[in-house]
Design a protein around this ligand. Structure first.
Ligand SMILES: [Zn+2]
Length: 80
């Protein structure tokens, strides 16, 4: 099983239990749950609102992806 670390709570979990968010190398766009054709810098967090908020706090997720895009706007309104 592939394990990933949550950028929110810091827990290490199975990849399947996490939301993946990737900055596409090709065009620099941020993609949530990218398909296998997209490669780039990725970050993961648990499927819940709390970890989403923790990940957005202090720009953790932005730093992990090295982007200045508005990730909050992108993730707001997601259902978990
Ligand atoms: Zn988490």
């Amino acid at each position: 099983m592939v394990k990933r670390k949550c950028v929110g709570c810091g827990e290490i979990k199975d990849r399947a239990e996490m939301l993946k968010i990737t900055k596409n190398n090709a065009d620099g766009k941020i993609v949530i749950e990218p398909d296998c054709k997209i490669f780039g810098r990725s970050a993961y967090f648990c499927y819940n609102k709390n970890c989403q908020e923790l990940a957005l706090k202090k720009n953790k997720l932005n730093r992990a992806l090295k982007t200045s895009e508005d990730l909050k706007g992108l993730l707001d309104g997601r259902e978990y």
